[in-house]
Design a binder for this molecule. Structure first.
Ligand SMILES: Nc1ncnc2c1ncn2[C@@H]1O[C@H](COP(=O)(O)OP(=O)(O)OP(=O)(O)O)[C@@H](O)[C@H]1O
Ligand SMILES: [Mg+2]
Length: 372
């Protein structure tokens, strides 16, 4: 099992590594299983897709044969692709084995999050995993790689029947985590300077900003840098620091618009008052850990807004509880219930790119995108 935040590079990573190792990879998409209400249906789909691809290739060859006047050899071939009578999972393993010869082969079940709330499919998955050491299935020597996001993994385990049996057959790889600061800087440099030949005014400020707002998730870094590259192109392929506000806006608009709308609806209306809720939202953006307690938020808030909090009781638990029980909550309680986490990591990025401390008395402003 491989897991990591959305956009951290799981799919890219397993494809690249397995290709380098010469492993044959076949991908079943659990999003499709969810749509078809059955993982087995997606296995049948996978087999049919592969067969069709091969048959198309074959009939094209046959056409070429015909035109060359030697059809008979090609027609014999066709029987080889008759559909098997095995049940879908075994048929899928058997088909993969026949395509892979003696080579190593992996069946990937990508997007575990798509079936997280479907108890029937989770049970089906548990059964599939349990079958793996049944001789009839183990015979094909196909490994399975399950791909998912961290939050769902916990929920997945909680909802899995016969957990001990299933867990006993799973090996979790270390999390595909966000990039390190060094990797993020490398990517920015590689893109703007090596590949695009842009000139950059103050590279270290740029690196800090990008790694901060994107939380160093590769996909978000790519998205942000794309917006910045478009802006820089218009001013002579040059990136100046003042372009970053613009890039924030475009990026919020292109990639985080739905998150922006949700956060906007949670803000205090009047930014002139000391909006405690706005201050709380701003402070949430500064949180760096996955799970946090109200006391963590309060200490950030007191640090960031000292003059409006001095000697006052703040009631942060109540504000957080309110934020977690609204429609489309941006935070949710951790499974144990004593802490919170973001319901989607994009909210943290959105808070970072969207909210600014204003020069006014301890208040918080949003970067407007409605005029775009
Ligand atoms: N180490 C890396 N360096 C540069 N780009 C990367 C790196 N890892 C991933 N990417 C890029 O980031 C993007 C997202 O990667 P990928 O689709 O593999 O994420 P994922 O974890 O599978 O996301 P999801 O959970 O949404 O499926 C891709 O465009 C990929 O090329
Ligand atoms: Mg993926």
């Amino acid at each position: 099992m491989i897991y990591g935040e959305s956009g951290s590079g799981k799919t890219w990573l397993y494809k690249k590594v397995l290709k380098n190792l010469g492993v044959n990879v076949y991908i079943a998409n659990l999003a499709n299983a969810s749509r078809l209400k059955s993982i087995n249906a997606e296995f049948s789909n996978l087999v049919n897709r592969e067969k069709q691809a091969r048959q198309t290739g074959y009939s094209e060859t046959k056409k070429a044969d015909l035109s060359a006047g030697i059809a008979s050899g090609g027609l014999q071939h066709q029987n080889q692709y008759s559909f098997s009578e095995k049940e879908p999972f075994e048929a899928c393993l058997s088909h993969i084995r026949s395509l892979s010869g003696d080579g190593q082969a992996i069946l990937v079940l990508d997007n575990l999050e798509s079936i997280r709330s479907d108890q029937n499919l989770l049970t089906e998955l548990a059964n599939i995993i349990t079958l793996l050491d049944d001789e009839r299935y183990a015979f094909y020597k196909i490994n399975i790689l399950i791909v998912g996001v961290p939050g769902d993994l916990r929920e997945y385990y909680q909802a899995t029947p016969n957990l001990a049996t299933v867990a006993n057959r799973i090996r979790e790889l270390p999390e595909v985590s966000r990039m390190t600061l060094e990797q993020c800087k490398y990517l920015i440099n590689q893109g703007f300077i090596q590949e695009l030949k842009y000139s950059i005014d103050n590279i270290s400020d740029l690196e800090s900003h990008i790694s901060w707002v994107t939380d160093r998730l590769p996909q978000r870094i790519h998205e942000f840098c794309l917006e910045l590259a478009f802006l820089g192109e218009k001013v002579g392929r040059r990136i100046e620091f003042r372009l970053l506000d613009e890039a924030d806006k475009f990026w919020l608009n292109q990639s985080l618009a739905s998150n922006y709308t949700v956060i906007e609806s949670m803000m205090n209306e009047r930014s002139t008052l000391v909006g405690r809720r706005n201050q709380t939202l701003y402070s949430l953006g500064l949180i760096e850990v996955e799970e946090f307690k109200w006391s963590d938020v309060e200490s950030i808030l007191r640090r960031e807004f000292p003059s409006s909090t001095n000697n006052l009781t703040l009631n942060i638990p109540q504000i957080l509880s309110g934020l977690s029980t609204q429609d489309n909550p941006i935070i949710k309680r951790s499974p144990k219930g004593d802490a919170y986490c973001f319901s989607d990591p994009k909210y943290r990025m959105c808070l970072r790119a969207m909210l600014r401390k204003s020069t006014n008395y301890d208040s918080v402003e949003k970067l407007p995108i409605s005029d775009m």
